[in-house]
Ligand binder design. Sequence first.
Ligand SMILES: [Zn+2]
Length: 341
Amino acid sequence: MSRDCAYYLTRYALDKYSFNDFSVNDHRGEWLADLGSTGNFRFDEIDELVEAATAVKSQTGATVKCAGNIWDITEVEWLKTVDDVYCLLYEAEEGIQNLCKRIAAESDIYTEESFRKSVQITLTDEGELSTYRDGVIRLLQPSAFVHEYIHHTLNYSFKEGWIAEGLAVYYSRDYEEAYVRGHNMFGDSFQKWYEEGIIDDESMAKMEQDGAAEYELTIVDYYQKLREKDKDQNNQYTCYEYANGLTDLSFFGTETRENLKYIKTIRDVYDIAGSMEKMDDLGFDLTYQAAMVITEDLIAKYGLDSLVESSGSFEEDFGMTSDEYIKNYIDNKLYMHFLED
Ligand SMILES: [Zn+2]
């Protein structure tokens, strides 16, 4: 609990109860309900970790140590209140713990403890993207935290940037789904376009002008097929990610896709980040979501440990070059099983 919250809770309780009552009863839930909060009050192990965080004033803000990670908390547009900071620390820690559990379950090499690695995080408003380099995450939006954390902990051969991104998108999906949901980021237009398949005339005209109608309508079609499979689940964001990845793979190498200037491939994003070394592999032409789809199938076929224990060469690990692997995957439409029942 942040200090502000603690202060008001204490006042609330002391106004209504004796000090003795206060010290033996938990009045937090009652206090929050009184404030109009509808959320269930919880105080769990992660709250304990966040409460134990220490903060030291720095030149530009504060340096916060929380659960082994070091956060440079500076003034940024997307962090306004003490509660925002609390949420950021809480959700990041929750994301790390869930990730470690999942990796430990899929790997014989890692345990939850051995997979976990301390990281440094700097908050920023600058640039287009969150990035990870040399042990430091530059965070531009909280939803990207686990993605960047995975770059810190789970690497594959440096040459195969598409697998690094595929791993990061694949293993951060649950976190992002929860984040988008928890922060009400599914807009009305999203519901109409994807859930109901209703696209307004203006957007439709714009899509046709861009030569994007076929591509975008395929995303909607795939989205609805994926949602149909799991109707009762709250997985809109995940379905959206897969619909994009599968559409990108369906249109890979076609004129339609080449002409769609707004599609960002891994190559484009690495260019923006100025971190491109090896540019000529086919994998860099994939979108992030397409890389996720192929990486997921690679893991399903060979296991996560085949990537963890890599020799450093895709060809030695999997018996062909990554270009050959991707080409075969796309030519034979090996991704279509995602759309089947
Ligand atoms: Zn990344």
